[in-house]
Write a protein that binds this ligand. Structure first.
Ligand code: NAD
Length: 248
């Protein structure tokens, strides 16, 4: 079998450039196209699979273009609200055989952190999430922080655990704290950081801390490469890399 042909959208960006280099270094993959803002996506350079790391406002249109062209897509761009995902799901359902994976975090350690947080959440009175990133990150809370909160909130609801009590540590102006699915998420933006997250679970006289650190964009590449090799075997829309790792 020949190499899988891969095109990257957002190829001039930090993540896109890292993906291009990782694809070029893999024997079973061939980089056939690099697209960035203003480029005509056309026939996507004949790619079998597209990897999309652009900006939240452009991503839905780019992914729709790929789905309409019958090309599988691995999406790392954040900003996928429930509404946007519902619209995408309808498009993917209308394109039988096309696989789309939207994953807020491709670092395998981060996916495991989310899984462990989900499992631990019903056993503690309080759960709070602190996500810490470089100051150039435009969105807050992070996609990973929001997704962790969603998983934790759903696990607590399913277990019939009461709401997380109000925290006393929130920013007075609320600018860096938000409740997502009932779970407080704090956002820190600091020079020197890459992408980090702590899930703090507190009960009487004890605390469990789950922490993940991405020190380098290489941390995302294992997951991105695994996803682009697997996406043709997963038709339909999948949200979260955990489903490709047998955890979902
Ligand atoms: P970046 O700003 O370095 O790169 C974004 C690129 O997209 C730029 O080159 C920009 O020119 C391009 N772009 C803008 N509009 C476009 C359009 N209409 N079509 C095509 N390309 C367009 O950002 P980044 O750090 O590479 O992050 C990209 C996205 O990936 C962000 O949403 C970020 O939060 C997300 N991200 C996800 C993960 C993950 O594991 N899922 C990890 C890191 C970053």
């Amino acid at each position: 079998m020949g190499a899988t042909r891969v095109a990257v959208i957002g190829a001039a960006g930090r993540m896109g450039a890292t993906v291009c280099a990782a694809v070029e270094a893999a024997d079973d993959l061939e980089l056939v196209g690099r697209f960035d803002v203003g480029d005509d996506l056309g026939d996507l350079a004949g790619a079998d699979v597209v990897v999309e790391f652009s900006v939240p406002d452009a991503s839905p249109g780019n992914v729709a273009h790929c789905v309409a062209a019958g090309v599988h897509v691995v999406v790392g761009t954040t900003g996928w609200s429930d509404d946007r995902l519902a619209t995408l799901r309808a498009r993917v359902d209308a394109a039988p055989g096309v696989g789309v994976l939207v994953a807020p975090n491709f670092a395998v350690g981060a996916v495991l952190m989310m899984e462990f947080a989900r499992r631990a959440a019903p056993f503690f009175e309080s759960v709070e999430i602190v996500e810490l990133h470089h100051p150039d990150k435009v969105d807050a809370p992070s996609g990973t922080g929001a997704r962790t909160a969603e998983l934790v909130g759903a696990a607590r609801e399913a277990a019939g655990v009461g709401p997380v009590p109000d925290a006393t540590t929130h920013d007075p102006d609320g600018a860096r704290g938000a409740r997502v699915h009932g779970i407080p998420v704090h956002s820190v933006r600091l020079r020197g950081l890459v992408a980090h997250q702590e899930v703090l679970l507190g009960g009487p006289g004890e605390m469990l801390t789950l922490r993940h650190d991405s020190f380098d964009r290489a941390s995302f590449m294992t997951g991105v490469l695994a996803a682009l090799r697997q996406v043709p075997q997963h038709p339909g829309l999948t949200v979260g890399l955990e489903h490709y790792l047998g955890l979902g």
